[in-house]
Write a protein that binds this ligand. Structure first.
Ligand code: PGA
Length: 263
């Protein structure tokens, strides 16, 4: 990880937690003081219904930021059931996730849609967390980098250098999400290195060093440390292993110990 960056540990709550459960969770993380806020950033990606309450609790913590799990690309209008980026900003979101594999598989989200959503977030001052990743079939056929390149170019080609550097790229191979089978540190490092080289190609070494590339997919306390040390990894994204707050605090403490020195 390049010097000056804070290591990200992201918790994706997916469709879980009531108001009481969500606020109890964030208080527990805050009170545990699991890591140094100058070297680590905890991002909680929560359901829309909890954005306001959780971001109110996160304010002044220094360590915790709050993100949404999705957004609609129009700013306002007759789009029943949708939530826009300015609405997310109004509810306290600093981050917004787009292109998660469950959105792709269950709700037909494409790379083109993810790109539109990322653009809408940036326009509203929210940092996009863009999910990329290959399927098992693509990996087996040696097409991992082809897939990543297509996703990368579709989502980021139109971004300015500054917007690219602000964006978080969440590499989540589809075969690792919710399966209990995580990428090895080497597999994650290779994918991150490839993605970072594409940022160099599109912009510069400097922009690539600033862009944060995070690994997600079956991360848990047992192997978080090894993944933290993986080359080109600026953070970890955790789904089911983060839903129990004691387990999540354990992961945070593991990461705080494992973040490479000098970062
Ligand atoms: P998982 O989910 O950790 O349960 O595999 C990760 C994610 O979907 O972001």
């Amino acid at each position: 990880m390049a010097a000056g960056k804070r290591f990200i540990v992201l918790s994706n709550w997916k469709m879980n937690k009531t108001h009481a459960e969500g606020t109890a969770f964030i208080r527990a993380v805050r009170d545990a003081r699991p890591g140094p806020p100058d070297r680590m950033e905890v991002i909680l990606c929560v359901p829309f219904t909890l954005l306001k309450a959780v971001s109110d609790e996160a304010r002044d913590s220094g360590l915790i930021s709050v993100g949404a799990q999705d957004v609609y690309w129009e700013a306002q209008g007759a789009y029943t059931g949708e939530i826009s980026a300015p609405m997310l900003a109004d509810a306290g979101a600093r981050y917004g996730m787009v292109g998660h594999s469950e959105r792709r598989a269950l709700f037909a989200e494409t790379d083109e849609i993810a790109a539109k959503k990322a653009g809408a977030l940036l326009k509203a001052g929210i940092i996009p967390i863009v999910c990329l990743g290959e399927s098992l079939e693509e990996r087996k056929r040696g097409l991992t980098f082809n897939r990543l390149e297509y996703q990368f170019m579709t989502c980021f080609e139109a971004l300015s250098r500054e917007d690219m550097a602000r964006t978080v790229i969440l590499y989540e191979p589809l075969w690792a999400i919710g399966t209990g089978r995580h990428a090895t540190p080497r597999e994650a490092g290779e994918a991150h290195g490839f993605i970072r080289q594409m940022v160099v190609r599109l912009h510069s070494e400097r922009t690539a060093a600033r862009t944060r590339i995070v690994y997600g997919g079956s991360v848990d306390a047992g192997h978080a440390a090894a993944l933290c040390a993986s080359k080109d990894t600026d953070g970890l994204g955790v789904g089911s292993a983060s839903w129990d707050v004691r387990n999540f605090v354990r992961i945070l403490e593991t990461c705080a110990r494992a973040i490479p020195a000098g970062s």
